[in-house]
Design a protein around this ligand. Structure first.
Ligand code: PXP
Length: 238
């Protein structure tokens, strides 16, 4: 089984937003990523649409629907939006107003278990695969299975931010056990958050993980790697 890569291009839209401009265009970014072998394009449409917008989702799904993996919260509004544009898959994530990024996996409560289960079934009825973003915690993984998820995406944020080797190894073991449990419960296992060129391989090597979703480190590297070309092009013009 080959490991797949979902490239999160939210921060292309963050750059666009910084100047309230129409570029860089996420559609072009998606095309470039897919051209060089990205397996999926991941976008997070937040309630405040601070980077990706509903319009981006519409355009991306129209052009590359079968490659689009949408991250969104579990509200009725997001469910309606996903059903309207039909991405290939949807990952339900927690969302707190004002957070800089997603802070961890879903915190299940009796109320949101019902809501997430209902949303999962509604999306699956329209042939959209459903992933739940969870911490590598056995109780959360069992709950995701009870909600009927096709996929769990294991949150690697704590692993990525661990300061010592000992702590990293402990968190890696937790991820390994979580992946095994999710496989046993017949779910696909993805992983993501905070992964970069230095820390990705130990996670990629864990048994059962089939897709890694990575954004910030790839877009950051692209900015620096692309600068020489961009500067040379301007110099030539001048
Ligand atoms: N997976 C999920 C569920 C996320 O919320 C994010 C961040 O948007 C990512 C993966 C990608 O994280 P990063 O941008 O740190 O690579």
């Amino acid at each position: 089984m080959s490991l797949k890569l979902g490239v999160n291009i939210d921060h292309v839209a963050t750059l666009r937003r910084a100047r309230r401009a129409t570029f860089p265009d996420p559609l072009l970014a998606a095309e470039l990523c897919l051209c060089v072998g990205a397996d999926y394009i991941v976008i997070h449409v937040r309630n405040d649409e601070r980077h990706m917008t509903e319009k981006d989702l519409a355009r991306l799904c129209k052009a590359y629907g079968k490659y689009i993996h949408l991250e969104c919260n579990s509200s009725e509004k997001m469910q309606k939006m996903a059903l309207k544009y039909k991405p290939f898959s949807v990952c339900i994530v927690p969302e707190q107003p004002g957070e800089v990024t997603t802070m961890g996996g879903l915190k299940f409560t009796p109320k949101n278990i019902k809501r997430i289960g209902d949303m999962t079934r509604a999306l699956q009825k329209k042939h959209i695969k459903v992933s739940l973003f969870v911490d590598p915690d056995p109780a959360a993984i069992r709950t995701a299975a009870r909600c009927g998820a096709d996929i769990v995406e294991l949150c690697t944020r704590n692993y990525s931010e661990a300061k010592t080797k000992k702590e990293k190894n402990k968190l890696l073991r937790e991820l390994a056990l979580a992946a095994l449990l999710a496989k046993e419960l017949k779910m696909e296992v993805h992983a993501g958050h905070g992964l970069d060129y230095e820390n990705v391989l130990p996670v990629a090597d864990l048994c059962g993980i089939s897709c890694m979703n990575i954004g910030f480190s790839i877009v950051s590297r692209a900015v620096l790697a692309g600068l020489p070309n961009a500067v040379c092009a301007m110099k030539e013009l001048l």
